[in-house]
Write a protein that binds this ligand. Structure first.
Ligand code: SAM
Length: 207
């Protein structure tokens, strides 16, 4: 094997190592066009603090790191129960670690329930800290509502809060689906946010 082909082989292996590995489950790509518009104001800014509730294999977190959190001084905090939830999630956690590895200095992971994590460290989860929060964890209405109430407190004025799966109907009983929680939150916090978008996702800016 020539030196040139050895080098090429090495390069392609290196490249493959850095490529993300995802299962076919993709809940994120369809939202990228909206996210580009909503998050454009943050692109390349220093000192950003983003929070993601529900990271799964890191697809949305990695997109944020590659496209918005591009400044070396910007950070993302990812909360996910991963394999505390089910055994299948062990592989998911491994894929998350692999996918986030090139950016690991900018990522802090909390492997626990979001409802616990958001209360566990009042120094980090303090009022007006985060520029962007993505709620995509547990999709039972009671959990979405709790995540929303706890998240809004720690969101900065001017910061964005995005809910996924507004119209998801996993449960026959509508009282268990995200829509009830998101509508309740929107009603309770009316006047404290500007509604940017309501579709499959809901996006608000904190006043
Ligand atoms: C839909 S996936 C997230 C997808 C990811 N944001 C993306 O776009 O690629 C939901 C994730 O939330 C996590 N999850 C479910 N309930 C949770 C809870 N109460 N606290 C933290 N994470 C939770 C699951 O382990 C799962 O990885």
């Amino acid at each position: 094997m020539s030196v040139e082909s050895l080098m090429q082989n090495g390069r392609s292996k290196l490249h493959r190592k850095r490529d993300p590995i995802y299962s076919p489950e993709d809940w994120f790509t369809e939202h990228i066009d909206n996210w580009k518009v909503w998050l454009n104001k943050f692109k390349d800014m220093p000192d950003l603090q983003f929070l993601e509730i529900g990271s799964y294999e890191g697809r949305s977190a990695r997109w944020l790191l590659e496209n918005i959190l591009t400044h070396p001084a910007s950070r993302i905090y990812c909360i996910d129960v991963f394999d505390r939830f089910t055994e299948v999630m062990t592989e998911v956690k491994e894929r998350f670690n692999h996918n986030i590895k090139p950016y690991q200095d900018k990522v802090t992971v909390f492997m626990r329930f979001s409802q616990e994590a958001l209360r566990a460290d009042p120094n980090l989860f303090c009022p007006d800290f985060f520029d962007f929060i993505y709620i995509d964890g547990c999709h039972e209405a009671y959990a979405v509502l709790e995540d929303a109430v706890l998240s809004f407190r720690v969101l900065k004025p001017g910061g964005l809060l995005v809910f996924d799966d507004y119209m998801l109907e996993t449960f026959g009983d509508p009282k268990r689906n995200p829509k009830l929680a998101i509508d309740a939150w929107l009603a309770c916090f009316e006047g404290q946010y500007e509604l940017i978008y309501k579709g499959w996702q809901v996006c608000v800016v904190k006043k």
